[in-house]
Write a protein that binds this ligand. Structure first.
Ligand code: HPA
Length: 247
């Protein structure tokens, strides 16, 4: 069974057959909402809405540890994480889909590890390649099979939010090598690694990052919902193919 973490625009998976909800508790508190079990493309999956079902939990307020812990407890074989991002690289225009391969973390004050000091010895994890190559490949092959164009590889900059970036901040992110910018990729990916869960992300570009393209002078937030609505349909296509492909 795969775990799917849905972000903005995907608080519930309409494509899910026979959904069943289950409230879970973890040593780290409650996940963002009840977990939804169901079948997608004929396979069992479990779904969690990162921002809650009513989209009420801001990126810095998400209980990332509880979400990841719950999926670990359910013994998922891997996690597909959906997210929305702003495009920095010129070809990553709104409505693009991309499977990032690297992360730069700019978040702060988020609880970002299961390995708190105290009774346990300090534990480090290797994070050279932050995403599971196997799960990334599943998404990319699924995209090819389903005829959706998905970019292979991007450096994902994770900012603290909830405000969007200044134009100068985006310039700095680009100098740092970032191709897209979002607010929820971390610590989610690192926590998955800590629990040895295979994790990959499918990012939907919903706007030009601040100061770029048609966001030159401002990011027109009122347009994002419509772009997201159009893009999420294709993302779900890819997800379905990725889940189905895993025979
Ligand atoms: N910045 C940060 N997070 C985002 C953006 C952005 O421009 N668009 C969607 N999520």
């Amino acid at each position: 069974m795969f775990g799917i973490i849905g972000g903005s625009g995907l608080a519930k998976l309409a494509a899910l057959d026979t959904p069943r909800r289950q409230v879970m508790r973890t040593p780290y508190g409650e996940p963002s909402g009840a977990l939804t079990f169901g079948r997608l493309a004929g396979r069992d999956i479990v779904f969690v809405a990162r921002h809650g079902y009513g989209h009420t939990i801001a990126p810095h307020e998400i209980n990332y540890r509880a979400n990841i812990w719950a999926l670990k407890e359910l013994r998922v074989e891997g996690i597909f994480a959906l997210s929305t991002v702003g495009g920095i690289r010129a070809d990553l225009v709104p409505r693009s889909l991309v499977v990032p391969h690297q992360i730069v973390d700019y978040t702060h004050s988020r609880t970002s590890t299961f390995f708190e000091s105290g009774a346990n010895a300090v534990t480090h994890i290797d994070f050279t390649q932050p995403y599971s190559q196997r799960m990334r490949q599943r998404l990319l092959e699924a995209a090819a099979r389903s005829g959706e164009v998905v970019f292979d590889g991007a450096v994902y900059a994770c900012t603290q939010g909830p405000r969007l970036e200044t134009a100068a901040e985006v310039n700095r992110l680009e100098v740092d090598g970032a191709d897209v910018v979002g607010m929820t990729g971390m610590p989610e990916a690192a926590l998955a690694r800590e629990l040895e869960l295979e994790y990959a992300s499918l990012s939907m570009v919903v706007n030009h990052a601040a100061g770029r393209g048609d966001s030159k002078t401002r990011v027109e937030l009122s347009q994002l919902d419509e772009v997201l609505r159009q893009t999420v349909v294709r993302a779900v296509h890819v997800l379905e193919a990725a889940v189905r492909g895993a025979a």
